[in-house]
Design a protein around this ligand. Structure first.
Ligand code: SF4
Length: 510
């Protein structure tokens, strides 16, 4: 049986085509999506096919499906939003979907129960054992239309936003369905404006990739140390603090058996511990000794160099001004080498707060600061302390410098720079600041699910870089996410080849 899809149209330029299979779904979203072309497509494959055929040849910028679904896993509950990363047909065929910026739009609007993953489309109501089988394929939700409606996109951006009504424990015939339906209706109404945000980001653009970007030699070494320690000694391997400041790296190592702790006293006596790339103070080494820990030191050799300078200056009787961020693990480790001699400052204005010139003053810096800002601080220090001495070579490491220079080389040509890195990554945050100082809007994102579509509205050239602790695979995911919004031309702008490698510590060297 097929029924003519009901269509309401809008001539608004930049609009999308939105399919809502059921009348209740249409009622939930229509207020927020008034400016777009809306089609009430009807329930099930036959009506979805008819609706997609009727919509063929449309000129909207993208196509979306909004409606209800059933969840396939226990942690996707009634009222939760599911954003499809792909829709799967009954024979397993796949249509990729645009998801990242839609997820970001939902979260910005305060909707936290958002799940991403494959949605399976079935030609009939899926229940019981069949539901469990579908779950084993990796799909997280099931509907009866999206796969067939996807045909209407015909190469245009395509998104599916569904809200869960029924679950494996409470299927559609369950007495709870009415109450769950009300919850889902409200959730779908709240989620609908995010589709409007998504629509505003659609369009072709150029993506300029900064090079170098992503992992530096110190981060690669630190991660390899934990991986090898897990292989050699077996889990659990304890890691003091995050091995590098990146949430994806930490989660990946946790899944393999690494246990991240804040302090040494959380580790059982005699266990294996890896020190993070940011280094530790002598006090931490003493605590490890007292607990008879098997220590593997993943401190970056360029951080160790700063520690050596601190000890050298302190031994020679210098007062040491350390330029860095209070509370950062690297700063805590360096300060611990000579706590009586070191005074910490963060910015040029702080120079005035330092005591009188007593003669022998030296400065050191955190390895991941903004090169330009440190130059300003050092100029002020030199003006205040004419006999100031510094490290033999710059403390700001090659990777920090190269990534900042790479951003400067493209910032002026971009409307927006996306910096991939976690919120606690110092070098990633500096890349955002460097870009803004060069007049280019910049945003720090952990991954594609944090790309707010509002940033992309009107941004035809988008730069992408990644901090030294962010894996390159995230760059690929961000590019794919931008490509899901419209055609992209990717241009690489590499300013220098990095070839530096550090040797591994004896304990994990093969
Ligand atoms: Fe070492 Fe620099 Fe990488 Fe930090 S950013 S781990 S100091 S190379």
């Amino acid at each position: 049986m097929s029924r003519r899809p009901q269509r309401r149209t809008s001539s608004d330029p930049g609009g999308i085509l939105v399919f809502t299979p059921l009348a209740a779904e249409d009622r939930a979203v229509r207020g927020a999506l008034r400016r777009h072309d809306m089609v009430r497509s009807g329930m099930g494959p036959e009506r979805a096919i008819a609706a997609a055929e009727a919509a063929a040849g449309g000129t909207q910028d993208g196509v979306a499906v909004a409606g209800f679904c059933g969840s396939l896993t226990g942690d996707v509950r009634p009222g939760d939003v599911v954003v499809a990363t792909e829709v799967r047909g009954p024979d397993g065929e796949i249509v990729p979907c645009s998801s990242g910026p839609l997820v970001a739009a939902l979260r910005r609007r305060g909707i936290d129960r958002v799940h991403t993953g494959p949605i399976a489309s079935a030609g009939h109501l899926v229940e019981g054992a069949e539901r469990a089988e579908l779950s084993e394929t990796g799909a997280i939700a099931v509907d009866m239309e999206s796969w067939w409606l996807a045909a209407a996109a015909a190469g245009r951006p395509f998104a599916v936003l569904r809200v869960v009504v029924d679950t494996p424990e409470r299927e559609l015939r369950h007495v709870a369905t009415f109450a769950n339906g009300v919850t889902a209706f409200r959730a779908l109404r709240a989620a609908a404006p995010a589709l409007d945000d998504w629509a505003g980001a659609l369009g072709a653009r150029t993506v300029v990739l900064a090079g170098p970007r992503s992992f530096c030699a110190g981060v690669e070494r630190a991660i390899e140390i934990v991986e090898r320690a897990l292989d050699r000694f077996g889990p659990p391997v304890y890691v003091r603090k995050q091995i590098v400041h990146n949430v994806h790296v930490v989660r990946g190592l946790e899944a393999r058996g690494a246990v991240f702790v804040d302090e040494i006293d959380e580790i059982p006596n005699g266990a294996t511990v890896v020190y993070s790339a940011h280094g530790v103070s002598p006090q931490v080494r003493e605590q490890s000794e007292r607990r008879a820990l098997h220590v593997i030191d993943a401190t970056c050799p360029l951080v160790t160099k700063v520690h050596s300078e601190a000890k050298r200056f302190a031994r020679a009787g210098y007062r040491i001004v350390l330029v860095g961020h209070a509370g950062h693990e690297e700063v805590e480790g360096t300060t611990g080498e000579a706590p009586e001699a070191i005074e910490l400052i963060e910015r040029a204005e702080d120079v005035e707060s330092l005591g009188e010139d007593g003669g022998r003053v030296a400065y050191l810096t955190q390895t991941t600061l903004a090169v330009d800002e440190v130059a300003e601080v050092v100029d002020r220090l030199q003006a205040r302390f004419p006999s100031l001495v510094g490290p033999g070579s710059d403390d700001i490491c090659y990777a920090t410098t190269n990534r900042q220079d790479a951003v400067k080389a493209l910032a002026r040509d971009c409307d927006l720079l996306l910096v991939i890195g976690s919120d606690n990554s110092s070098n990633s945050k500096r890349l955002v600041e460097v870009s803004k100082r060069d007049g280019c809007a910049a945003e720090l994102i952990d991954d594609e699910n944090q790309i707010d579509p509002r940033w992309l509205a009107g941004a035809s050239t988008v730069g992408v870089t990644a901090g030294a602790s962010a894996p390159e695979v995230l760059v690929d995911r961000v590019i794919a996410s931008l490509a899901s919004l419209g055609a992209v031309e990717v241009v690489e702008r590499n300013i220098i080849e990095e070839r530096l490698q550090f040797t591994l510590p004896q304990e994990v060297r093969s």
